[in-house]
Ligand binder design. Structure first.
Ligand SMILES: *Cc1c(COP(=O)(O)O)cnc(C)c1O
Length: 478
């Protein structure tokens, strides 16, 4: 008999104990999925943060109690339930159940992938997924890139490459000799502003470009924006197009922006974190017309591709650009001075050193389930959005903030008195959340508050959304 740490480790790594726990866990998750999909629990039942903090034991005992399945069960109960069809809030997918199994194997193998030998199969899966994204974008065989942990890191990675490519000097080695800027509409995701500030460009690092009444960038305003940036002593390196934008799901017109970039030798980065999935469906591809002219594209698979967070493609039209984001020598990892010779060591091109095997989950799901599933899901989400917009349009007491193009809808209750209309929307949202039937968010448009839906849950139906409207109406008239 062993005792002490060995005994604990033996127990913790015992395969048969794991088998028993695993079977119980799969049963628990399956029962949960059934309940969530049947709307048999509140979408979100959320105590105040202080009460929540106090409710969770914060002591970590020296002797464990083995209650892994029970503890995970508590997390499940107290979560925001994305598999509930009433989840119409933020842009996060209800992951495919099979993704759980992929992640389980990913966690078990824990192959870090910075260098090929630390994850040979995982590296190939990643590169094949990137190739798939590149083909859907319409890039030719010269394209390439990597997967990374989220659109925020993705935008930073792409803009680092843009700086290295367009600054006219080796910023990575020599530091910044000039003040730089990118042009982007004010609707860009805040991760772009963060990327720019991380690079040391400060608040003026983004020069805003005006948008039209549907919150799309006005390409005819790019010149004036560039001039403003230059007048304040900055060199403009790139334009960031948002396709689609986070607040309203609006698509910046890529073709016209690409013309401008070509004319002025600017890098074009398309932030398609949310909208990239439109490229999977013949009917919706046109939303991103011209994207094949981009220098870099960010595409989140954990938004409109039913995968768990975080899996993001950063795809470059010219693969060699992807080596310039982190043009750094780490000779103990990477041999030689031509990084492209080491295309199989993906760590030269990512912010991460050790990284989860993101490509494995994406590769297995795309291979095993087929791409039609994802295309059909996207099409369904847009059809549901059109249906909901129709409901709002024909009602007397709701109004749209704008006609939706993607699966994001901004609308508000417009019945009753006009006093404190903004405060009313917030109270209505809080009221809906308290019923537990739906989870939605809110946003500000043109200085006013709107309710905001992302129709991302694969099982939300139009009758359910009719229920949502009548729930809001009831709360308003109370
Ligand atoms: C969600 C989103 C991001 C940020 O991506 P994360 O994966 O959440 O880091 C960036 N840009 C756009 C347009 C987005 O919708």
């Amino acid at each position: 008999m062993t005792s002490g740490p060995e005994a604990h480790l033996d127990e913790a790594y015992d395969p048969e104990r794991f088998r028993a726990l695993g079977h119980r866990m799969v049963d628990q998750v399956t029962d949960y999925l059934k309940r969530a999909q049947a709307r048999d629990l509140p979408v979100l039942d959320m105590p105040e943060p202080q009460a929540m903090l106090a409710a969770w034991p914060s002591e970590f005992p020296s002797e464990g109690d083995g209650r892994i399945v029970e503890r995970l069960g508590e997390f499940i109960e107290q979560a925001n339930h994305l598999h509930h069809p009433g989840f119409v809030g933020h842009q996060v997918s209800a992951p495919l159940p099979a993704a759980i199994l992929c992640d389980m194997v990913g966690s078990l193998l824990n192959n870090g992938m910075a260098v090929y030998e630390m994850g040979p199969a995982q590296t190939m899966a990643e590169l094949h997924v990137v190739r798939f994204l590149a083909e859907r974008i319409g890039f030719d065989g010269g394209a390439g890139g990597i997967l990374t942990h989220g659109g925020s890191i993705g935008n930073l990675t792409a803009l680092l490459a843009a700086r290295q490519a367009r600054a006219g000097q080796d910023v990575w080695t020599d530091g910044q000799q000039e003040r730089y800027a990118v042009l982007a509409s004010a609707q860009n995701h805040y991760s772009v502003a963060r990327a720019v500030r991380i690079m040391g460009w400060g608040a003026g690092g983004i020069e805003p470009v005006e948008v039209d009444e549907d919150f799309r960038m006005k390409p005819e305003c790019l010149s004036a924006a560039k001039q403003r940036a230059e007048d304040s002593g900055r060199k403009v390196l790139a334009v960031v197009a948002s396709d689609c934008t986070t607040s309203t799901g609006s698509f910046d017109p890529i073709e016209a922006i690409a013309d401008y970039c070509q004319e002025h030798d600017l890098w074009l980065h398309v932030d398609a974190a949310h909208g990239g999935a439109a490229l999977l469906h013949a009917t919706h591809r046109h939303l991103l017309a011209g994207i094949e002219r981009a220098d870099s594209v960010v595409w989140d698979l954990h938004k409109m591709m039913l995968m768990p967070a975080l899996i993001t493609g950063v795809v470059f039209r010219e693969n060699r650009r992807s080596y310039e984001a982190f043009a750094q020598e780490a000779s103990y990892l990477f041999e030689g001075d031509d990084p492209e010779k080491e295309w199989f060591n993906v760590g030269v091109r990512t912010l991460e050193c050790t990284k989860r095997a993101l490509g494995t989950t994406a590769y297995v799901l795309l291979q095993a389930l087929g791409t039609d599933l994802f295309a059909g899901y996207f099409d369904r989400a847009l059809a549901l959005t059109r249906g909901f917009a129709d409901l709002v349009r024909v009602s007397d007491d709701f109004e749209l903030g704008l006609e939706p193009t993607c699966n994001i809808v901004c609308f508000r209750y417009s019945g009753g008195t006009t006093q404190d209309r903004d405060g009313l929307q917030s109270r209505l949202r809080a009221g809906v959340l308290a019923t537990g039937n739906f989870y939605l968010v809110q946003t500000r448009l043109r200085g006013s508050t709107y309710l905001r839906l992302t129709l991302i849950q694969p099982f939300t139906t139009l009758p359910m959304l009719e229920e949502l409207l009548s729930e809001i109406r009831t709360l308003a008239l109370r």
